[in-house]
Structure formats: C-alpha cells, structure tokens
Design a protein around this ligand. Structure first.
Ligand SMILES: [Zn+2]
Length: 88
C-alpha cells in the first residue's frame, strides 16, 4: 500500500478518535459531573449528542460529511480491487 494512503488513513483515524474523545468528555460532563446543562448536539441542536448521532444521524453532517466519508471509502475499495486484479 502506498505511503500516502497509509498517512491519509492514519489521519482519518486520528480525527475520528479526537471526535469520539470530545463526545465522551461532553457526555461525562453532562451525565456524571452535571456541569453541562445542554446535552443537545452542538451542530443541529435537535438531538442528544451521542456517538451514534455524530457518526450516522446528525442532519447537519448528513448534508456533506457523510457523503464525503462514503465516497472516500468507495474510492479506497476501488483502488484495492484494481490493485488486486491488476487493472490499471
Ligand atoms: Zn446533530
């Protein structure tokens, strides 16, 4: 696998981990410490900001981010299939 793809995958994984940590901290502050009074999503303000909501159901992220994520995964799959089958 080319180094640039490995770097891109590592960067995407790091970004996802950072987002999850931020969500966990907000949930902890809301549910355990009671220092946050608003558990609503900071983007849409409609639903609780849970990991499931951020990963797949936020209407704000659905407009663009989920489509970009989908397209990047498909591009990577296409690349891998072409590489394995020898298609240039
Ligand atoms: Zn949202």
């Amino acid at each position: 696998m080319p180094a640039i793809i490995i770097i891109i995958v590592v960067i995407i994984i790091i970004i996802i981990i950072i987002i999850i940590i931020i969500i966990i901290i907000k949930c902890y502050a809301t549910k355990i410490l009671n220092t946050e009074t608003d558990s609503k999503c900071r983007l849409c303000q409609q639903f609780d900001e849970t990991i499931e909501h951020i990963i797949s159901t936020c209407p704000i992220l659905a407009k663009e981010k989920y489509i970009k994520r989908h397209d990047r995964v498909c591009a990577q799959l296409h690349f891998n299939i072409c590489k394995e089958t020898g298609v240039q």
